[in-house]
Write a protein that binds this ligand. Structure first.
Ligand code: APR
Length: 247
């Protein structure tokens, strides 16, 4: 990355970053790319599992048809994530929670790396790979407490089968998560959109809500997305290199 901070950020952004209080950060798979997590549409994705495209193995239909296969895929992904660490982008965002009085962190990621970096309040739009949910009583359980890493885990409360507490293709977002994020977007002054291709809705509508209510929208991505022309400022590059320069 050539451009120094002086060239990278406009005076406008500097000023707003220095004065803002209510800041929203929306993240996608790209914020975890430098930690080694494959993105979905950035070419590095583990797009196929045992001959099944991930949109199929990670779908509500598959859950109905073959819960053990879905778990095998999620046990495998959790195994991949186990060794991965937050990167400077996660760490910068975690620092911002003490810098801005009103920071809202909204993520599409299920990897838990924001929390691992120290972010205390994270609105997880697509759930978490570290949790399971009972298909009967709905209880949520922390998978780090699970004794075995294979098969279909049983609910610690009622003994029924559990499923990954992740939003699968064809499913609605967890109740309240999007509404909470939309409310934060509607009241924020500055909105950072970091590492998302901005093609999956309703998550991609969050910067639109923020802009429509007067926020300054900043995109951070090495590639252009449908959001780039819409944003007030585009910072082209890797989040792990750019965000720490902001402060
Ligand atoms: N820093 C910033 N952005 C990056 C980096 C990086 N180091 N590396 C890649 N990117 C960008 C890519 O250019 C791409 O625009 O991150 C984006 C990743 O896009 P996707 O793979 O589509 O991921 P995301 O937008 O999070 O997908 C949304 O789709 O598949 C579902 O549920 C899944 O949450 C996911 C949702």
């Amino acid at each position: 990355m050539q451009a120094g901070p002086k060239q990278l950020f406009s005076e406008e952004l500097r000023g707003r970053f220095g004065e803002a209080n209510r800041v929203l950060v929306l993240t996608g798979a790209g914020v975890s790319a430098e930690s080694g997590v494959p993105t979905f549409r950035g070419g590095g994705a583990t797009g196929v599992w045992k001959g099944l495209p991930f949109e199929v193995i990670s779908s509500a239909g598959m859950l109905e048809r073959d819960l053990p296969a879905v778990w095998e895929w999620f046990h495998y992904r959790r195994g991949l994530l186990e060794a991965l660490k937050p990167n400077p982008a996660h760490e910068a965002i975690a620092r911002w929670q003490d810098r801005f009085g009103g920071l809202a962190l909204v993520t599409q990621n299920i990897d838990g790396l924001h929390q691992a970096a120290g972010s205390r309040e994270v609105i997880e739009l697509h759930g978490s790979i570290w949790r399971a949910r009972c298909v009967d009583c709905g209880a949520r359980h922390n998978l780090r407490e699970l004794r075995s890493d294979n098969g279909v885990p049983a609910c610690f409360d009622c003994g029924s089968s559990m499923r990954p507490d992740v939003v699968l293709f064809g499913e609605m977002l967890p109740l309240g998560a999007f509404e909470q994020a939309a409310a934060k977007a509607a009241s924020c002054e500055l909105c950072f959109v970091v590492g998302t291709s901005a093609v999956v809705y309703p998550a991609a509508s969050i910067p639109e809500i923020a802009r429509a209510t007067g926020a300054y929208v900043v995109e951070v991505n090495p590639e252009r997305t449908p959001l780039s022309d819409f944003s007030d400022e585009v910072l082209t590059g890797n989040a792990g290199e750019i965000l720490p320069l902001l402060g």
